[in-house]
Design a protein around this ligand. Structure first.
Ligand SMILES: [Cu+2]
Length: 636
């Protein structure tokens, strides 16, 4: 458990890189490794100090700051991974990454958009459709899935794009899909390779008459009345934020941020009778896989890795008080970088606030009346926008020791049009001759739990009804089957509705006052099967989505479940490779990879902008305390 360093002002080893540090990393690599103008920086992040160092910083020696950077030379296509010492202003290591494609960059997305707006073939294709106002044309470039790459383009850093058309100057960018029109781009040369276009003037029925707008001035109905609702905390908030160290109602944690995971929670602990008890060493989202389940020409290439390809940190957007977060808000800014290595600030990237959450506990004594406590929760959140879609991520901490992780998906669904007289086979009709394809959002939460210390065992907890017996003629008996997961093979777990399976992370070396081992339960929510054959190309790249839970022994280098570089990668070099060793996971430092998300069967009500779809899972103390830890919450 990380303890408070002498002064937060001096910084903590887990503080994210500052703008100055980003600049330093880029300039060291330019100076010492010849990183030139034709190179791009894919990622620069803090190289987090070793777990042992963070766990016991007590010896007082400063932890030297290091950064991890990935960059590539566009002329050769070769990528490199560097460790840079910020303290020594020097390169510590420099590794070539043959055959690897680093993550996509925001700069490539924008440069591609500019390129396409000036491409004569695309301009001509647009003109055939009667579109000449290029200011209303929006392009959206996606990384190509490797199995779908035509042989003559293999080996390239390849993108493909959708082309959209705004219905008016400020009309929705994603309301009018120019179906059948898809540029293919060599991203390193930033050159258009071809414009796929199935437009036929003789049979084209024209663009459907779609109402895809959401701005008040563009929607056909007047706005309804809503009375004001204000949150006031006249005596201020009950949390404190010192540097990146956050404390609230016995909870303590440290906030981190990087290009890929966005918000990271470090050193999450609960202060129990004055003693800070570790719960989690590190919590974050490590991957997101979004396969579109539609084989048609407009959608067969649409599988997004929103974390491995695009990065939740890079996609994080600034929050607005009163809109995104209500009440007494504390914001934290974040810094990422562009592909030239220049820092990019995201103002108000992380929101920290308290919320009332209804009743915490209650009983009405028939003689003496009610006793009630209000619940409140601490919410740490950030929002990302990945082109048309948004993900809102909320980590919530409760007074009873529970942690809830909620994701809300919103934004604009991908749609395309289809010919008159047909119905879409792989999606739902949402507007005139317009449908939204079915798709799935798999999110992989990386949960490095350390329940009262690093040595934990994960148990599958199944409820088992007993057969009738002489002792139980009415078949009432229900027992718990708690199965320790001893190897990585056993650690590959699926949700089981019949047994109401959950997973308990137990420290068998520490007992609560009742004499039972302390634990935290992963209460699954929002999980669903991949519904893909074992040899499907999507599963080939993302084996993780084939199970609800994976458990691995902690290794510092094992961070990315679909591999460090899933962009354009045909095979998954993450979890399936690590777990093939079938390492022991009993009574050791374990990491849980929990797969949840949204099986999105699109609805007309999700159009033209989607009301949030909400999914969550919980981490709940289960024998961590000997009784309700929120007995001491005072009455309102
Ligand atoms: Cu969706």
């Amino acid at each position: 458990m990380s303890s408070n360093p002498p002064s937060e002002a001096a910084g903590h080893p887990l503080d994210p890189l500052t703008a100055e540090e980003f600049r330093q990393v880029a300039s060291v690599l330019r100076r010492d490794r010849g990183v030139g103008a034709r190179w791009r920086f894919a990622s620069i992040e803090l190289r987090e100090p070793a777990k042992e160092t963070v766990a016991s910083p007590g010896n007082g020696a400063p932890v030297p700051r290091e950064a991890l950077a990935v960059c590539w030379d566009r002329d050769t296509g070769l990528a490199y991974r560097a460790v840079v010492s910020l303290a020594k202003d020097a390169v510590v290591s420099w590794d070539e990454l043959p055959g690897q494609q680093p993550n996509m960059t925001v700069d490539e997305w924008h440069e591609c958009d500019v390129l396409l707006h000036g491409d004569p073939r695309l301009i001509e294709a647009l003109a055939r459709r009667g579109i000449t106002d290029l200011s209303r044309v929006v392009t959206d470039m996606w990384a190509y899935p490797p199995a779908q790459i035509p042989p003559h383009y293999r080996g390239l850093r390849l993108g493909w794009a959708d082309v959209w058309y705004r219905g008016s100057e400020q009309g929705s960018p994603y309301a009018h899909h120019l179906s059948g029109l898809h540029p293919v781009i060599d991203l390193n040369r930033m050159a258009v390779l071809e414009i796929e276009d199935d437009f036929d003037p003789d049979t084209d029925p024209g663009r459907p008459d779609v109402m895809g707008e959401y701005l008040p001035k563009l929607i056909p109905s007047p706005l309804r009345h809503v009375a004001p609702l204000e949150i006031s905390q006249p005596e201020g908030v009950s949390f404190s934020l010192e540097g990146h160290l956050l404390s609230w109602q016995n909870w303590e944690m440290r906030l981190g941020f990087n290009y890929r995971e966005g918000l990271v929670l470090h050193g999450v602990g609960f202060r129990d009778n004055g003693r800070l008890r570790p719960v989690a060493h590190r919590l974050s989202f490590a991957e997101m896989v979004v396969p579109y389940r539609d084989a048609t020409v407009d959608h067969y290439r649409r599988t997004a890795f929103d974390i491995g390809e695009w990065g939740l940190g890079f996609m994080t957007t600034s929050l607005e008080r009163g809109c995104d977060c209500l009440g007494e808000i504390t914001y934290l800014d974040a810094v990422v970088h562009d592909s030239a290595g220049e820092p990019v600030s995201i103002r108000r990237a992380i929101c920290i606030h308290e919320e009332d959450n209804g009743v915490l506990w209650k009983h009405v004594d028939h003689q003496f009346g009610p006793e009630v406590r209000r619940a409140r929760r601490l919410v740490v959140s950030f929002h990302v926008t990945v082109a048309n879609y948004e993900y809102l991520v909320y980590w919530r901490f409760y007074q009873d020791g529970s942690i809830e992780c909620e994701v809300r998906a919103t934004g604009i669904m991908v749609t395309s049009s289809f010919p008159a007289g047909q119905q879409p086979p792989y999606g739902t009709l949402v507007d005139e001759r317009t449908y939204a394809p079915f798709h799935q959002h798999f999110i992989v939460a990386r949960l490095d739990l350390d329940v009262d210390g690093p040595d934990n065992t994960v148990y599958a907890v199944d409820s088992e009804p007993l057969r009738a017996s002489e002792d139980d003629p009415y078949q009432l008996g229900l027992v718990l089957r708690q199965t320790p997961l001893r190897t990585e093979g056993e650690g590959q777990q699926d949700y089981d509705w019949h047994t109401q399976r959950s997973w308990k992370v137990v420290n068998d070396n520490v007992r609560n006052p009742l004499g039972t081992p302390v634990g935290y339960k992963l209460v699954p929510g929002g999980c669903f099967p991949a519904m893909l054959d074992a040899d499907s190309p999507v599963l080939e790249r993302a084996r993780v989505i084939g199970h609800t839970l994976w458990v691995t022994p902690y290794r510092a280098a094992e961070r990315w479940p679909c591999g460090e570089f899933p962009t354009l990668a045909a095979a998954d070099s993450g979890l399936p490779v690590w777990t093939a060793q079938n390492r022991p996971i009993e009574n050791t430092d374990v990491v849980l990879w929990y797969v949840f998300g949204i099986h999105h069967l699109t609805r007309p009500e999700d159009w033209p902008v989607m009301p949030v779809d909400t999914v969550s899972f919980w981490l709940k103390p289960s024998g961590f305390f000997a009784r309700n830890p929120a007995l001491d919450v005072p009455p309102a």
